[in-house]
Design a protein around this ligand. Sequence first.
Ligand SMILES: [Zn+2]
Length: 340
Amino acid sequence: MLDKLQNILAEAEKTAGLITDAQELEKLKLAILGRKGTLTEILRGLSVLPIEERKKAGERANAVREQLESLIDSRLSELKRKALAEKLLKEKIDITLPGLPLPNGHFHPIRQTLDEMTGIFESLGFKTAEGPEIETDWYNFEALNIPRDHPARDSQDTFYLQDDDRLLRTHTSPVQARVMEKTQPPVRIIAPGRVFRNEATDATHSAIFHQVEGLYVDKNVTFADLKGTLTLFVHRYFSPEIGIRFRPSHFQFTEPSAEVDIQCIICGGKGCRVCKNTGWLEMLGCGMVHPNVFRSVKYDPKLYTGFAFGIGVERFAMLKYGIDDMRLFYENNLQFLRQF
Ligand SMILES: [Zn+2]
């Protein structure tokens, strides 16, 4: 009996050492320790032995069983360790390899221009205000002293939405009315944003473009404040040497109104194709806020004065960077955009 036990143990040690597969090892365990296993058979046969012998053989059998169990378990975990090590080796990542390059993006030239303009005005105490791109007829026209059927509407070919009351804003001026309605003077804001007009696209026109509207309302604001502010802006944006002039003009929402010209950047004022040989470039419109605009937002025109201006962002960017076709801004051509 004891020999048998010794044989089983020796045999198991030998076999387990040769097995390289976890499943095979489980089978071996079952063949010895399972319900019909060799060791189990022996344990079952113990009952026929005399009591003294049975006790001795039983102790030995139990010891052998424990030995077998720990033998198989340690072999099993050894196999698992080995398998894991092989797997890790196979899946190893070479962390010394250089990573994939991520191209660095940057802001679109229009965005850069807007930010630069906003920065200049903010340094002068203007706050940035925003309004919706879908506007009502009231804010886009009526509140700005452009009543229905007024011929001034013709100069802004408008995209109306299904009902006649809503439209895509043709300028950022409606933000003026929206801010004044909610705030008491002093008001000092700029309104940068996208505007829409039904225009055929060419080198200098686009149906979608950008404006920076400015408004300053307080007691005793004069045309001199307007001139000073815009001159400083133009000098900071282009160069302090550049000549600037104000020409009388007409806009519905300002009185008096002026057109601002700067000395041609291309020819320095001598005259060229871009300035049509005048030496001057038309840059923006401005003026003193019309009393009717104040009335429509319930400001007292006897108490307050103010000035407003509207800057075409694309035009400023084109002149600064020497771009001769406005369409380049919108075509998403990376060769063009990467230059900024
Ligand atoms: Zn010129």
